[in-house]
Design a protein around this ligand. Structure first.
Ligand code: T68
Length: 830
């Protein structure tokens, strides 16, 4: 805190604060009421659940800020190597319960609120999800932030503060409609607006070359300037004071630049044009790949990386005299290719603004970046039209050409004049429309390229990035994804959490999740089994109430709750699930009355959003509703089979659904799911998996034993062989029969479903639904059989939770920290 005057001042300030904020229930109550009265502001004699939530959130934020300051001050003093995690998407969900639990004030808050006449759970449910992301990639970013904070790593996340998150899904007549997600409408008590932390981000214009002292300098004169303003979101670790930061940028009109246009006299239009700047951070692009080549998307990407890098370089310069040890002090993680313009931006800043030499900067760049890819399909790799980039970011295009020229020269020395391979590996794709291959750029300029599961790395090595792997095998690694047990057990399944702690005799598993293996020895214990079943039934009850409220369907708690929740996509094969349901229905319909007694009752639950432009996915949603309509109203079926679609699937809905699931389905065609993380969350919660051998499920099966799950479907090498044969596979008769039912209009909407049926017809059946159908039904039958044996099912359920330790994002983050980023824990001691 400095010396002399500074120190005396600091001591006086500290005295005035009277120590840290107090966290006993009485102090919390007082603080909550203060916020009700002065922040919300409502009268302390009259406020509702939502206002209680707002006030409560502000008291939590105050405490977070305190810890945040301490942590950041400590980082500054210690100056450890820092990680900056760059991601265009974070699916944070709700913050209240998570923050209170991580800070350790859960009981105090519950008591404080209860004495004020409120229920903590009800208050927490008032919070809107922060849905600044699409799916797995974005939720994984959020899990990683929790683990980084908990493991005391000196890290920050950077992203965009979208005004509208992922669209809300509304179902009308069984069809998906998209509505905007007005998540900031009632304010966001969690964020801290930093009006003083802002940077100008330039676009368009021209690049002028000047020679100064014999050196060529590039002066980019922009045609447009937008201000990036920081909004900080504190992320508390569990069981530590460490609180890290997620800094999100919002676009605002630039203060200085537009004087000229105002002087031209068209005042109104000038104001309107300035305001247009804000559109940059307006809305998250839904992942339908159609955004490729869109100017606004490119602007978003550059806006966010430019502001982040300006901020990172400024912070570095604050405490370092020069850039000599930049790469010893900073690791930059590219979360997929979306932030990869950061490479060119760092080069631009260091060369054009800091006047470092090209070779020096090149070395820095190659030492700081690591790149994780979350895709398997070469077609979905991002490409930017050269013309678009040249017009929006003229200086960056020059830099990219320079990088590519140097890379191509080096490559020729290594592989000779193999023009096909050179063309494939080039960062610039030649052709009628020249394009930048962003993945190639990311690989060339990163020290490490990371796959998200072992199987994913194999695909990268042998298919997606084969040429690069052969050139630089040492660059390629895998770090299997994970999920944080804090959110996915402690917050979302408190009863299971308490039960686990009781049986393990400790709560330490919450930050040392390997301890969960300790449950294995008790898996057959009758008393644990009984408690386990009780907890699971309570969770099912909660889910059943939610189903009734959202879809009007009453379900039996004795039925197996069978869940598939994730983005709707052909490769994830929700259609296979639906065809299985139709088959089950058909069997029940054709059964003798007496045989029905042997049917294991099921509630089939599907949830997920379809990208707005993805027709096939939207038809799958409609089919689900059409089939549900028929089955749920058929008196021949009753409680033996129900089908429900849960609308507007998001993080909070997942928190409710996952703990209540008996069985969960992960049906991707082998070789198509890079990792998957939903499977891990179900596993943690003791839900059995019915899955293909794909992505991280392969590793789950190894950890759990394949006998403890229901595995089916073509394996990776078989998929390849089948496709080579031109998919000349005969689908089983049952498959043809269920398809015919849909095609012939048994569920109505005959014309509408025609093209959907065609997607799985013979040689069109790219995702092999026909081929896998028989083994899928066998796996389903095995699940039915196991479910009837309560003792066996419960044992498998306990073993699932016991095997989930390896799939914690704590393990993932520790591996990244040690093998990729080279960062060490820095624990704030205050
Ligand atoms: C997912 N990818 C993978 N992408 O599909 C999943 N894409 O297997 C994996 O577990 C997860 O990433 C985490 O590694 C995505 O979620 C996107 O959401 C996305 C968004 C924009 C553009 C492209």
């Amino acid at each position: 805190l400095g010396s002399g005057d500074g120190k005396a001042k600091a001591e006086r300030m500290f005295g005035l604060m009277n120590g840290f904020l107090k966290n006993d229930p009485y102090s919390l109550q007082k603080d909550i009421l203060d916020h009700v009265e002065f922040t919300v502001p409502r009268s302390r004699f009259s406020f509702d659940d939502f206002e209680a939530y707002q006030a409560c959130a502000h008291t939590v934020k105050d405490r977070l800020i305190e810890r945040w300051h301490d942590t950041q001050m400590y980082f500054k003093r210690k100056d450890p190597k820092r990680l900056y995690f760059l991601s265009l998407e974070f699916l944070m969900g709700r913050s209240l319960s998570n923050s209170v639990i991580n800070m350790g004030f859960q009981d105090q808050y519950a008591e404080a609120l209860s004495q004020l006449g409120f229920d903590f759970e009800v208050v927490a449910e008032q919070e809107a999800d922060a849905a600044l992301g699409n799916g797995g990639l974005a939720r994984f970013s959020a899990c990683q932030m929790d683990s980084l904070a908990t493991l005391d790593y000196p890290a920050w996340g950077y992203g965009l503060r979208y005004q509208y998150g992922l669209f809300r899904q509304v179902i009308i007549d069984g069809y998906q409609h998209e509505q905007p997600d007005y998540w900031l409408n009632f304010g966001n008590p969690w964020e801290i607006e930093r009006v003083h932390v802002s940077y100008a981000v330039k676009f368009h214009g021209t690049v002028e070359e000047k020679t100064i002292d014999g050196e060529v300098r590039h002066d980019w004169v922009p045609g447009e300037m937008v201000e990036a303003v920081a909004y900080d979101n504190p992320i508390p670790g569990y069981g530590t004071r460490n609180t890290i930061n997620l800094r999100l940028w919002a676009a605002k009109p630039s203060g200085e630049y537009d004087m000229e246009s105002f002087n031209t006299g068209d005042y109104i239009n000038s104001v309107v044009n300035r305001q247009n700047a804000e559109t940059i951070s307006n809305v998250l692009y839904p992942d339908d790949r159609s955004h490729q080549g869109k100017e606004l998307r490119l602007k978003q990407q550059y806006f966010f990386v430019s502001a982040s890098l300006q901020d990172i370089v400024r912070r570095f310069k604050d405490s370092h005299p020069n850039f000599e040890n930049f790469s010893e002090k900073i690791a930059l993680q590219l979360n997929d290719t979306h932030p990869s313009l950061a490479i060119a931006e760092l080069m631009r800043i260091l060369i054009d603004e800091e006047h470092l030499k090209w070779n020096t900067v090149w070395k820095i760049v190659c030492d700081v970046f690591s790149f994780t890819t979350h895709t398997v399909s070469p077609e979905s790799l991002e490409k930017i039209p050269v013309d678009l980039l040249g017009s929006l970011l003229p200086r960056h295009l020059q830099i990219l050409y320079d990088i590519n020229f140097k890379f191509m020269e080096d490559l020729k020395k290594k592989i000779g004049l193999d023009y096909d391979r050179l063309a494939r590996m080039s960062i610039i794709k030649e052709g009628a429309v020249k394009q930048i291959r962003v993945a190639n750029l990311s690989i060339v300029c990163s020290h490490t390229v990371i796959g998200v599961s072992r199987a994913h790395l194999e695909l990268l090595k042998t298919r997606v990035f084969k040429d690069f792997y052969e050139l630089w095998p040492e660059k390629f690694q895998y770090k299997t994804n994970g999920a944080t047990q804090r959110r996915w057990i402690v917050v979302s399944n408190p009863n299971l959490c308490a039960l686990i702690s009781r049986w393990l005799g400790t709560e330490s598993w919450i930050h040392n999740v390997d301890l969960l293996t300790g449950l294995r020895e008790h898996a057959a214990d009758a008393s644990l089994q009984q408690d386990w079943q009780k907890v699971r039934r309570m969770n099912k009850m909660r889910l059943a109430e939610y189903i009734e409220a959202t879809s009007g369907v009453t379900v039996s708690l004795d039925a197996m709750f069978d869940v598939q929740i994730k983005r709707i996509h052909e490769y994830k094969r929700q259609l296979l699930n639906l065809l299985g349901v139709i088959h089950r229905y058909d069997c029940i319909k054709n059964m003798e009355k007496g045989d029905k007694r042997r049917v294991v009752p099921r509630v089939c639950i599907i949830g997920g959003k379809a990208a707005p432009g993805y027709e096939v996915a939207k038809k799958i949603i409609k089919l689900c509703h059409a089939v549900a309509e028929k089955i749920n109203n058929d008196p021949d079926v009753g409680d033996l089979l129900k089908l429900v679609f849960i609308p507007d699937y998001n993080v909070s809905v997942a928190e409710l659904v996952i703990p209540g699931a008996d069985l969960s389905q992960h049906l991707s065609t082998a070789g198509h799911e890079p990792s998957g993380t939903g499977n891990m969350k179900f596993l943690m919660n003791g839900c059995l998996l019915l899955a293909t051998q794909d992505g991280s499920t392969i590793e789950i099966a190894e950890e759990l034993g394949v006998d403890n799950m229901f595995s089916f479907g073509a394996k990776l090498h078989e998929v390849a062989a089948l496709r080579e044969k031109g998919l000349a596979v005969k689908a089983p008769l049952q498959f043809a029969r269920v398809i015919r039912m849909v095609r012939d209009g048994y569920f109505g909407h005959k014309d509408y479903f025609k093209s959907l049926c065609e997607t799985v017809d013979g040689s069109n059946d790219f995702y092999l639904l026909g081929h896998d159908f028989a083994s899928y039904l066998e796996a389903q039958a095995a699940a039915d059989k196991a479910f009837v044996d309560k003792e066996k099912w419960t044992r498998m359920s306990i073993l699932s939770t016991a095997a989930s330790g390896r799939f914690s994002s704590d393990r993932t983050i520790q591996e990244y920290a040690e093998h990729t980023w080279g960062i060490e824990p820095c624990r704030c001691p205050f």
